[in-house]
Design a protein around this ligand. Structure first.
Ligand SMILES: Cc1ncc(COP(=O)(O)O)c(C=O)c1O
Length: 400
């Protein structure tokens, strides 16, 4: 297999085989292509490597400021105003160990045991997991025809609803609310005194030049949202565990950092990760543009080919993210069984739409991550196409 890629550099697959965990290269059998966890195969932007290299040349790794380096907090605030239509005061930004950690800490901070919380279904498991860990009681907001609508939200809200945990843009559906929809959701939540927590880890992977409006823009609402950000998706920094929480205002940021252990060095982020993230946010806009163009091409190519397979439907192209959520109901095969058959017969690993990963409404779907090279994706799809008749007709052979 050739692994060339213009502008973005070529992945080092030997390195990925020992470094890429979480269902990816380091965890699959030799010869299997993992289109699994949403973690790009592509090498990170050169400016990130240069920033880390220059930082580690100075031999001091002292404690950093508890809520993050000012350079990092400023960079996040600027990035939100430049790319997400939200003017953010850097005093609202707290550096966290990834988006996953950020949403879990915010859930712990804003929820009390038994609080009724609306969570989308389907959605990445981390959203519901953060609510459960905080003792929240979940009420689901189900997608209709692959979209989350305001009417659906109205129907999900009850007198007891305390918070609304959102994924924007949406993993795994790949949908993006328009700025008008974001305003309408923020206004409705405010009217009903419902606290929004918006996981925007995917907000750097918005495709086709669509406008991304962050819920952080609604700081003046009565129930101003908390926003979660991360650099695992848009800049490939998953292993550096770097993200941020954007509090509704500076005071609540300070209360959060005190209550959640930042002021006591219990929480706090590696300075190296913050240096890398700052370089990503400040010096890599051209790299990001090339990455987004690549993601859109991968999406278009994959959708065209997957739609030709018997039993697969994909209603619309993803507006954001680099995942495709394919409806496999018409195959008549359960999603976990189908994923196993794909791995067995085509040597490609995909994520089944099981409750474990995306909630009960994900049934009848599989998710494929496309953030790899054109060549690897082509190889994976070719294998699936060739094996498809066998996949449809043969149950997976049990392994000894
Ligand atoms: C909605 C959502 N939140 C959080 C994460 C995890 O991000 P991080 O690596 O920053 O913890 C993911 C990863 O897929 C995700 O899809």
């Amino acid at each position: 297999m050739q692994h060339t890629l213009h502008d973005l550099g070529s992945p080092d697959f030997e390195a990925l085989r020992v470094r890429a965990f979480n269902l990816r290269w380091a965890t699959v059998d030799e010869g299997v292509i993992p289109l699994t966890a949403a973690d790009p195969d592509l090498p990170v932007a050169p400016a990130i490597i240069e920033a880390i290299a220059s930082y580690i040349r100075v031999p001091h790794f002292s404690y950093g400021p508890s809520t993050g380096l000012p350079t990092f907090r400023n960079a996040v605030a600027r990035h939100f105003s430049q790319t997400k239509h939200a003017d953010v005061d850097p005093a609202r930004v707290i550096a966290t160990n990834s988006a996953a950690s950020g949403i879990t800490l915010v859930a712990k901070h804003v929820l009390r045991a038994g609080d009724e919380v609306i969570v989308q279904d389907p959605v990445d498991f981390l959203v519901a997991e953060s609510v459960r860990r905080a003792g929240g009681s979940i009420r689901f907001w189900r997608a209709e025809a692959g979209r989350f609508t305001l009417d659906g939200l109205r129907a999900a809200i009850t007198e007891k609803t305390r918070a609304l945990f959102l994924c924007h843009p949406h993993n795994p559906l790949g949908t993006l609310w328009t700025p008008t929809e974001v305003r309408a959701i923020a206004t409705l939540a405010s009217e009903r005194k419902i606290q929004i927590v918006s996981d925007e880890v995917w907000s750097d992977v918005v495709l086709d030049g669509r406008p991304m409006r962050s819920f952080a823009a609604h700081a003046d609402e009565a129930c101003a949202p908390w926003v979660i950000y991360g650099l695992s998706k848009g800049f490939g920094l998953a292993g550096l565990r770097i993200g941020a929480v954007i509090a509704p205002d500076a005071q609540r940021a300070a209360e959060f950092s005190h209550a959640q252990g930042f002021d006591h060095t219990i929480e706090g982020v590696s300075t190296i990760s913050q240096i890398a993230a700052t370089a990503a946010l400040e010096q890599c806009s051209e790299w990001r543009a090339a990455f987004l163009t690549h993601c859109a091409k991968q999406r278009d190519g994959a959708i065209n080919r997957l739609r030709k397979l018997e039993g697969i439907t994909i209603d619309r192209a993803s507006e954001a993210t680099f995942v495709v959520f394919a409806n496999i109901t018409a195959t008549g095969i359960d999603e976990s069984e189908l994923a196993q058959r794909i791995e067995h017969h085509a040597k490609v690993k995909v994520v089944p739409g099981s409750p474990r990963w995306f909630g009960t409404a994900a049934a009848g779907h599989i998710r494929l991550s496309l953030a790899t090279t054109h060549e690897i994706l082509d190889e994976a799809l070719t294998r699936i196409e060739r094996a498809w008749p066998l996949i449809l007709s043969t149950a997976q052979t049990p392994r000894c």
